[in-house]
Structure formats: C-alpha cells, structure tokens
Design a protein around this ligand. Structure first.
Ligand code: TYM
Length: 325
C-alpha cells in the first residue's frame, strides 16, 4: 500500500475551503492508502500572535476531521510536536536548502506582506518543516489545496537535493493530490477562502448561522438590481451550486440567472439549504463525538505512538545515509 501524508495548521474549526480542497481527499484516500494526518501546531507558531487558543483549536480541528470521516482505526491522526523527530529532519534538510529559494517563494512573500513586523526564521523555513513532515513518513501522495502546490514542489526538489548530496535514495519524492475544487473562493467572491481573511464558512455552524453567512456572499457584481440579468460564470455562489446542488438545479439556475428569472436572494437560499442538507450527517457525527472529549485525546495519543515508530525508522536511515557518527 502507498502512503498518504497531509497536515493542517490548528486554526480551529475547518471551513469549506479546507473541506473541498483537502479533507474530502483525506477521507477518500483511506480506501487505497495508509494515511497519516497531522495537526501542525509548530507550523502555526510561525504566524500566531498568541498561543492562547492553540489547544482548543487542535481539539476542534480533530473533531472536524473525525466527523468528516477520517477513521482513526485505519489512519494515523496526530499532533506534529508530539513526534519531535521532525525537528531533527528539519535541521538536516536546512543544510541542503538555499536560503534564496525560500525567500523567492510567493507564499513567503505573501506572509511578509501580512506580517511585516514578524518575519522570523521559522517563517522563512516553513516549507522546509513541511518537507520534513512529508518525507519523515515517506509519503507517496500529499492531498492539499492548490495554495500548497508550490510547497509540495519544493519538497520534491529538496528530496532530490538531499538524495544527490548524500548519494542515497532514502527520501522519497511525494506527488500532490488535488480535489475537483482545489481553490475555494471566499464569501467576498474574490479571494481564497481563509480564516485570516474572515471570508470563510465553517462546517460546524448551525443551519441558521450557515444561511446567515451564505446570504452575505458576493455574487455577480454587475448584477445591481433583481431585474438585471446575471452571469453565473463569474458568480461564486454558482460555483458552489455546482458542488452541492443537483444537476437539475444547476441547469435551472444557469438559465434563470441569465434571464433574471431567479434573484440572488433565492439563489443563495437554495445553496444554503443544499449545503445544510449535505453537512447534516457531518454535524450529527460531530455532536456525538463532542460528547466524549477524552476519546479524541486517545486518538491523538494512539496516533503519536504509531507515527513515532515510522519517524524513528526513517531518522535511523537518514543519519546512516549522511554518515553521522
Ligand atoms: P492550511 O492549514 O492553510 O490548510 C489546510 C488544508 O486546506 C487547504 N485549503 C484550501 N483548499 C482550497 N481552497 C481554499 N480556500 C483552502 N484553504 C485551505 C490547504 O491547501 C491545505 O491542504 N502548509 C499547510 C500545512 C502543512 C502541510 C504539511 C500540508 C504543514 N505540513 C505537510 C501537507 C503536508 C497549511 O498551512 O495548510
């Protein structure tokens, strides 16, 4: 069986971007792969102003993952800092990473724009730690959204550098695995959905809260009045209908929007209804899981134990390949 690894920063409750871009693949890949899913708390430190919420966010995220269908009897779910071998591999990989390559990455430049007063070494090294995550577990496949594509490519190049430098093949080049919707746009209709932009829709909202947020979604900006014809091709609500509504409903909206037969309010109400229907089983499972918080902690402890075995094995091979005394 091949191996899958993915991770996410513990930003708290997961949103539609995480779900459609990554989590759906986490769940689907369990059938064919041995999967490892990691809550990357150390990565979160590169951007957090405070660690006040990090424990609770970790718990909330684990709840979302399990409720979405990650099966901890099959897959490993664990917290990054619980398996410290990754820090050792990070340091070793740093030595084969040109600094300029890190500072040239668009994701780094974006972070510098967002936090110009906190450009720390960890932020620069972010993709190296992410590479260490992936290769420590010798992953074949990395399910992520498109925003992480440059990091996975970076990981591939770093593996090649390491293997070449030490004339070895212990590290494995991972492939990226995208979903059908690798970039989910936020409620602003413009930017990538993300918690930091506050344009996100959390999976764990109530149906009423969901409808409220959906009603704020920006549609075709050229459609000013109900009587104006709209253009579904530029409307993010329509993109979401394509994911959550039936083919008949999608065809109806496509037609009626263009001839002003349906207004944005009704169109959004229908989306909210279908989204709520889709998420109902998830929300039920989530509420059930939340009854026993200790079970979640057990899952993470068991994941740590299983992850450590693989991590220590890889590190023994890495130290040997380098020739460390
Ligand atoms: P993070 O925590 O930002 O996001 C977690 C996952 O959700 C995906 N995602 C999206 N996909 C589509 N549209 C969106 N609007 C959207 N927002 C988020 C992300 O692509 C990601 O798959 N660097 C990673 C965490 C990480 C990691 C790893 C991932 C650390 N080590 C090793 C894979 C393998 C991150 O910050 O994801």
């Amino acid at each position: 069986k091949g191996r899958v690894f993915s991770g996410a920063r513990p930003t708290g409750r997961q949103h539609l971007g995480n779900y459609l871009g990554a989590i759906q693949n986490y769940v689907a890949l369990q059938k064919e792969y041995d999967c490892i899913y990691c809550i990357v708390d150390v990565h979160a430190l590169t951007t957090l102003e405070t660690t006040r919420d990090i424990k609770n966010n970790t718990y909330e995220m684990a709840l979302d993952w399990l409720a979405a269908g990650i099966d901890p009897r099959e897959s490993i779910v664990f917290i990054q800092s619980h398996v410290p071998q990754v820090m050792e591999l990070f340091t070793i990989l740093s030595m084969v990473t040109p600094l300029g390559k890190l500072t040239d990455l668009p994701t780094f430049k974006e972070k510098v724009r967002m936090q110009p007063n906190n450009v720390n070494l960890g932020l620069v090294g972010y993709p190296v730690l992410m590479t260490a995550d992936i290769v420590l577990y010798k992953a074949d496949l990395v399910p992520v959204g498109i925003d992480q594509a440059s990091h996975v490519e970076f990981a591939r190049e770093t593996v090649r550098s390491f293997n070449f430098r030490y004339n070895t093949s212990v590290l494995k080049e991972p492939d990226i695995k995208l979903t059908e919707v690798p970039k989910v746009i936020g409620t602003d209709g413009q930017q990538k959905m993300s918690k930091s932009l506050n344009n996100h829709i959390e999976l764990a909202l109530t149906p009423e809260e969901t409808e409220k947020v959906v009603m704020t979604m920006v549609t075709d900006p050229a459609r000013k009045r109900r009587s104006d014809p709209g253009n579904p091709d530029v409307c993010n609500v329509f993109s979401m209908h394509k994911v959550f509504s039936s083919p008949e409903e999608v065809a109806m909206i496509n037609l009626e929007c263009r001839r002003a037969g349906i207004g944005c309010v009704d169109c959004k109400k229908l989306f909210a209804k279908n989204l709520n229907a889709h998420l109902a089983p998830f929300r039920e499972r989530r509420a059930a899981l939340a009854q026993n918080p200790d079970d979640i902690l057990d899952v993470l402890r068991d994941g740590e134990r299983r992850a450590r075995v693989i991590a220590e094995q890889t590190m023994a091979e890495v130290r040997d390949a380098i020739g460390l005394p």
